[in-house]
Design a protein around this ligand. Sequence first.
Ligand code: DAH
Length: 341
Amino acid sequence: MNDKLAIIGTEAEEKISGCRSLAELEALRVLYLGRKGELTELLKSVSSLPSEERPSFGAATNRLKARIGELLDARKSALSAVELESRHSQEALDFTLPGRQSFAGHRHPLSQLLEEISDIFHGMGFSVAEGPDVETSWNNFDALNTPQNHPSRDMQDTFYLNNDQSLLLRTHTSPVQIRTMLSQKPPVRIIAPGRCYRRDAIDASHMPVFQQCEGLYVDKKASLADLKGILNYFAHQLLGEKIKIRFRPHFFPFTEPSVEYDFSCLFCGGQGCRVCKQSGWLEISGAGMVDPNVFKNVGYDPETCQGFAWGLGLERVAMLRYGINDIRLFYQGDMRFLKQF
Ligand code: DAH
């Protein structure tokens, strides 16, 4: 038996020192030390020896096992060093090749605009509220006093997500008004920016995905004059002191009275030009005093609170501000366009 150990020892030493790769070495480790390896098998046969021989044979086998383990480890570190070196020489860098230019991204003009808008409203005590793009019909329409037969609820206009039309991609940011009022008591001062979705055909001024920034103010007292003051201050901060603002009567289900608001034309200063179609005014969006029905829907008492709200199309304002004539440019990811801002 001890002869057998000696033979295995010599053979292992030769094979290990002659081994040329880590993979080969691993195979040797399995061969000698693995669960089905030669030494393990030998140890199993100890029971067939006469009992006085067993201890010394067991000890000798274990010594050999340890010895082979050491040889394997030593060979492994030697081979690793060699393999690393040969890999390095194969992968050597050619420092004479021209470098690759690294690509720095650029902040999107709509993100920049939104940041400016948020800053202006922060300054007036408004905070930013957010709502999900997937909205309930109740938040998007019903709670906003928009009846079942209102045209904007039509399948042709809205992306519904289920058959009973209880879920949809929000068509405006106004449902964030509802979410906010359901979750807090007055006073409320929020702006709510975000994506909106409508079944619009794509052209220079329409995209099925676009962005709005909603505003909502609720307190014990609030008036249309306050709304006008806030929008006026906002226009001055964003576009300059010369900008004038005007209200035109309009209808929205969730405000009463409702208006559309215009800024005086940035391009001609109100004289009349091609951009403002000679009117001197640029249509911005809608606004109004929060309808008492909306207050009732969120559990506010219309007798003790008043409020106003307004919308704003982010792309529209950016297009006016920067003189961009095609809304699609915002969504094409063309760096030549984006880098200009
Ligand atoms: N949600 C309206 C739209 O998408 C815009 C709007 C009008 C928002 C009047 C308001 C508002 O908050 O009071 O056309």
